[in-house]
Structure formats: C-alpha cells, structure tokens
Design a protein around this ligand. Structure first.
Ligand code: GAL
Length: 716
C-alpha cells in the first residue's frame, strides 16, 4: 500500500501533466499592485530582463485601493505541460491593451497569439510589442509575466459549465443568433510550468496604466533634444552629404535636433560590422563633433547580427546562437561576454565619440529572417524566449550605457515588450498605413510603449502634409528618408505648411517636455487613447448608440471604437486628417472644448464635424487648459539656457498646470535636480484673470526666461 502511494506521489511530481488547479496567494508587492505565483515560474521573464525599479513614492500617491475582486477569481489548470488560466469577465466589460495593435482598440472578442513579429496587417497578436498586459474598463489590469508565446482568448470561448452562459438561439428564426456567442472569460494558455501574474488596481483605467508604468520604474524622460525634429537621411549618404543636408535645414529655417544615419554608415550591413564605412565616413570623430558643435546630434541605425567582416566576429563567435541571420552571428545577449563585446564595440567606435543614440532594427521578425524556434543559445535560454525579449534586452543594455555616462538618449526600436515604460526608445515599422499608425499610437498608451507614425514618402503633397501633421503630434517627430531621400520640403506646394507644423512642434516643447515628465514621475502616458481620458468613458454612451463590436454584442452599451483621435498630454485632443478627407467627425469628451489655434468654443460632450483646410490638423483644448509654449527655433534649448515662454489659457474655467524643468540632458533629475513650477489662472467675475506661476526653487534648474500670458478664448 505504502509503495503504491509513493508511486502515485512520484507520478504527480514527475508528471504534473496529470493536471491540478491552484489559487495563487496574492501578495501586495507595491501600492495597488499584487503578485500571484502559480507553479514554478521560469528563470527568465520580462521583469528579470527589464529589471524595473518600481517608483513606490509615486504609487503611494495614487488612490488607496484593495485588490480588485474580479481578476483574483482566476482559475488555473496545469495540463499538457502548460498552464491554462481563466479570468472572469462581466457582461458590460471592455478590454484594452495586449500591446501594439494597429487596427483595433477593443480587444474583447479577439484571439491573439502574442508573438514578437513584424506586423502582418492583422491584429492577431503577432506584432512588434505583444505585451501580455490588459486593462479592463472595470478599472483593473492583468499582467502575465511570461516571455513565452502566449495564446489569448479574450472573451471568445464558452465553457459548458459557465455561470453566465450565452442564450441559445435558433439561427433560422432568431435575429439575435450570432456565430460568436457571448463569452464570460479571458482564457490564456501559458506554455510553462509556472508563471507570475500581476494585478493592477485602478480605480480608473488611467490609474491602472499609471500603476503599470510606475511599477516598471516610470515612463521614460527623453532629453529635450529628443522632442525636437529628426530626419533620417538616405542610406548611402556620406559625411559630406549629411553636412550639406544640415546646412539646407538651416537655410530653409527648418528645425533639426538630430540626424539619423541608416545602414550605409557601416562598412557592411545585414549582417553588420558596427564599424564606420571608411569611404563615406573617413573621419567619424571629426564628423560627429562638427555636428555637435552645430547642436545636431546623431542617431545610428543598426541590427545586432555580426558580419564576418566585423572586428568583433571572432571574439563573439562562442557566444552566439546555433543559427545565423542574413549570415550574421546572433549574439546571445544572456551571456555576459556577448553583452560586453557588442556594447564595447558600440561604446568605443560610436558612443565615446559623441553618438547620441541608436535605432535598433530587425529584432522583431519576420520568421523567414530571424532565428527559428529550434535555435539554441549558449546561455540555455530558448529561442522562443530570446525572440520575445531580444528587443527589450538590447534597449536595456544601451540605456544602461548612456545612464552610466549620465547622458540621456532617445532612439528607436522595432521590437519591445513588457517592462519597457522607462526605456528611451520609440517603436516604428515599415507598414506605413497612416490610419493604422494612429490606432497604434492610441494603443501604445495601454502598454507602456511609445510609437511614431513616421513619415517616409507620399503619393501627393496632401498626403505628405497630413502625415507630417500627425508625426509632429507624436513621441518622435521624424522623417525616415532611408530609401526615398525625401526632404521636408520635397512637396513645394505644402513646404511652408510643413515648416509651420514642425515649428509648432518646437513651440510646444515646454508642454511636451512637461508631459513626458508626468509620464516619468506619475506614469501618465503622454499620448493616449481616448478611453484613458476620464471624461470620455462617461460621455461616449451619450454620443453613440451604434456599435461596431460585432464580436461582443453585450458590450454595445459602453463604447463605439474610437481609434482615430487621441490625447496629447493633459490638455490637447489631436484629430489627424487622412488623405482625401476634407471633413471629419470628432468625438469631444464631456465638458467644453476649444479650438487650439483660435481659442473659440468648439463643442461640449458631443460629436462635431470639422473642416479644417489642408494647412491644419484639428487640435482642441480642454476648458481651463493651460499650454506653455516657446518661440519657434531650430534646435531645442541647451542645458541652462533661459527660454522665454508664453502661457496660453483656453476656455472659461480656472486653470492649473505643472510646468517641468531640469537640465534636459542628464539623469541629475533622479537626484532631485528638477523643478515643477505651478501655474494657475483664475477667472474673475469681472472678466479679468489672476495669473500666477510659482518661482523656481533655490538651487534647482531654472531655464525659464520672460513669461507672457495669452488668453486664447474671448470671454463675452
Ligand atoms: C528597415 C527599417 C527602415 C530602414 C531600413 C534600412 O528594416 O524598418 O526604417 O531602417 O530597414 O535598411
């Protein structure tokens, strides 16, 4: 008998695929953040890669919340060497997130296979940043900390023992019949023996996102120059071509803070040497320092695959995967040696001579390009986990180098994942659909990501201007002319309007910089989907009775999917126009909204139709909204430089705004070297205003020169 029991025990221990259910113990690991562990989690996950340092002080400032009841009702089963997780859903509940989706904001009703990949035109989970984190309209978030390919049924599957089963209809006679009946759960397949799960409290969806970002260490704070204009030149440009290009930007009065060099800066690429091409860049050190003297920084394209012609090839060989990418070695970033060799090369050849940042390309997919899932790596990390984390690991390594130098960087990356909120990198891709780029911009805000709807080329002057307008209201105002060679002024009919929008971007720098500081210190995404705007979720019910939620008829009451307008910072609502449109609808959240350009009343909690003309991208400001601006300029302000600002006030309500200041270049803000200046504007019954801005604290950065005030709305 005893022997029999031991045999059974051994069977369960050795072959846990027999199946079991387990409820995790939820432990509050940071204010409003709970961790639950199921089974034996793997050694490598997103948090071991991103190594976040939660901002506990900032988390403590968010409302004190209990653990949300709903997600802790999770059920789990272990079967077939995988965990099956099941989180309950309520009928009217809506889901957002799961990373960088391009066509949908609503995720309830979707089946996703979270897999780092180049985006293939469908929101099926294969994307540049398939972050396993979702936000519920009921004010909680769930993060699955597994660097595996996860399968998600987000409210699509129906269990026969469901407590909230869908109604059975007869297809022949009932109009209500649907091929996708109501499902009451998010179900997730994690191909591992264990996993950590994190629950984030609200109370609002925006608070959930804030908690996620703050738990990851707070959003990134770019250097000021990162928020200026950037131009990526043709891939075969030489040092002389670049110098001429900079002169042309100057003579045309077009802002330029950093130049991006594409593959041709390297002596060979795809795979890469990580060495300057001697014919095109004979004196790299001199070239970089001459640009820096003019206040123009340099960003370098690269992929991580090592060419046989690279000076690091031999040393790297032992620390690379079993398979190659374009005949290049794939560094095993989880060996110390590979990290040191690769980062050593970047440092010696580029960063030490003044290169300000990188564009990390080709770390996403396609499957045909990348290492296969059967590849092996010396560290023992699986090819799958390598794929899910490669982009985030490289971001972290580069960010650490710049941090060590006490110098901020801001670059680009084509793959990312959970834990990336503090990483100073913006996602991009080759997909180039303007409308979908805007949906991606909205979605990035649910998952601690930044996205640029870069402009490359266009079929018409109209398209060029429309794209430039969007890109100037995004985390990175960028032209990527790597193949087209386009210039901002390539379409003469709209060249002035393109300059105007780029200058507007520069004028808004005090505002955008403050909004990024709020991303860092408070976790609020600087560019956000409308659903994160508290006044929006309440008003949308009123403004829309129709629904395109065919996948989830029960969610009809809540929202129509709004994916073509977004919030830029605290006060601005941005409404991109697309080629061929002369008018479009704008959904204004509750409260009064005012035209950014004129200050005129635009509407109140309603849908309006705008006809802005080609020269303008419609932008609206909240009632009482304050927008600090500066004069247009070609380069962002230098550290310590005094800048005059104009403080605009819109609407009729009193306004308050926190204006952020620091040196704009270093990490000294982490030691307290920064200053928030409180702006307040009170409207008086007489129609006058009491305006105030707190002074800079003694010994803290003070870059603000003269201040002028501008009342944008004429109050009658
Ligand atoms: C692509 C990238 C482009 C450009 C190009 C250069 O992979 O998405 O932005 O950098 O490579 O070859």
């Amino acid at each position: 008998m005893k022997l029999f029991l031991i045999q059974i025990l051994l069977l369960v221990v050795l072959f846990p695929s027999v199946g079991y259910c387990q409820q995790p113990n939820w432990e509050e690991v940071a204010p409003g953040v709970w961790k639950g562990v199921i089974g034996n989690p793997e050694m490598l996950d997103f948090l071991t890669v991103a190594e976040p340092q939660p901002n506990i002080a900032a988390l403590n400032k968010l409302p004190d919340e209990n653990i949300p009841n709903q997600p802790q009702q999770l059920e789990s089963t272990f079967q077939d060497n995988s965990l099956y997780l099941r989180f309950p859903l309520e009928k009217e509940e809506q889901l957002f997130g799961f990373g960088l989706n391009f066509q949908t904001i609503h995720q309830r009703g979707r089946i996703l296979n979270l897999h780092v990949d180049h985006y293939g035109g469908k929101d099926n989970g294969r994307t540049h940043a398939p972050v396993p984190f979702y936000v519920s309209s009921r004010g909680y978030g769930v993060f699955i900390n597994s660097a595996r390919y996860l399968k998600i049924w987000a409210g699509t599957a129906v269990r026969k023992d469901s407590e909230n089963p869908p109604t059975v209809y007869d297809r022949n006679t009932d109009k209500e019949w649907t091929s996708r009946p109501y499902s009451d759960a998010v179900e997730i397949l994690v191909p591992a023996e264990g996993v950590e799960i994190y629950i984030f409290a609200g109370p609002t969806s925006l608070d959930v996102v804030r908690r996620y970002n703050l738990f990851m260490g707070g959003g990134c704070l770019p250097p000021r120059w990162g928020l200026g204009f950037t131009h990526r030149v043709h891939r075969l440009y030489s040092a002389d071509d670049v110098k001429k290009e900079v002169e042309e930007f100057n003579s045309r009065d077009f802002p330029l803070d950093f130049i991006g060099l594409e593959p041709g800066w390297q002596s060979a690429s795809y795979p890469c040497t990580f060495e300057w091409a001697p014919d095109r860049f004979p004196e790299p050190e001199k070239f970089v320092s001459e640009l820096l003297k003019q206040g123009v920084r340099l960003n370098l394209w690269t992929n991580p695959y090592v060419s046989p012609e690279s000076p690091i090839y031999d040393a790297m060989e032992k620390f690379t995967g079993s398979h190659t990418v374009w005949n290049g070695l794939v560094p095993d970033l989880y060996t110390k040696e590979a990290e040191e060799i690769l980062m050593g090369q970047f440092t010696k050849s580029q960063i030490d001579i003044g290169v300000s940042g990188y564009k990390i390309d080709e770390v996403d997919g396609y499957d045909h390009y990348l290492w296969p899932d059967v590849a092996t790596f010396p560290s023992g990390i699986s090819a799958e986990q390598m794929r899910q984390t490669y982009g985030i690991k490289l971001q972290k390594m580069l960010a650490d180098i710049y941090k060590e130098k006490n110098q901020r960087t801001y670059g680009l990356v084509r793959a990312s994942n959970a834990g990336s909120s503090p990483m100073p990198f913006v996602l991009y891709n080759d997909y180039y659909n303007h409308e979908d780029f805007i949906t991606a911009l909205c979605n990035s805000s649910f998952s601690g990501l930044l996205w640029t709807p870069e402009a490359r080329n266009s079929r018409s002057a109209e398209e060029w201007l429309r794209r430039m307008q969007s890109v100037c209201f995004s985390p990175m105002a960028m032209i990527n002319a790597w193949s087209s060679g386009t210039k901002p002024w390539s379409f003469p009919e709209v060249a002035d309007a393109v300059r105007d929008i780029a200058q507007l971007r520069m004028k808004l720098m005090p505002y955008f910089y403050s909004e990024f500081a709020k991303y860092h210190f408070e976790g609020t995404p600087p560019f956000r989907a409308m659903y994160l705007e508290p006044a929006f979720s309440h008003s949308i019910e009123k403004v829309s009775s129709s629904s395109n939620l065919e996948d989830n008829p029960y969610a009809e009451a809540i929202t129509k999917e709004i994916k073509d307008q977004y919030m830029a910072g605290e006060n601005l609502l941005v409404v991109p126009m697309f080629t061929g449109q002369t008018t479009r609808k704008v959904v204004l959240p509750e409260g009064k909204w005012f035209d950014f350009y004129t200050g005129e009343f635009a509407g109140e909690g309603e849908i309006i139709t705008v006809e802005p003309g080609l020269e303008k991208i419609p932008v609206f400001v909240k009632d009482g909204g304050i927008v600090p601006m500066m004069k247009p300029r070609l380069r962002s302000p230098k550290s310590g430089e005094k800048v005059d600002i104009e403080i605009r006030h819109y609407g009729t309500k009193d306004g308050n705004y926190s204006l952020y200041d620091d040196d704009g270049e270093t990490f000294n803000y982490e030691k307290g070297d920064y200053c928030w200046r409180q702006i307040s504007i009170e409207t008086q019954p007489s129609g006058d205003f009491i305006r105030n801005i707190s002074s800079a604290k003694a010994g803290k950065p003070d870059n603000i020169g003269n201040i002028t005030w501008k009342q944008m709305t004429i109050i009658k």
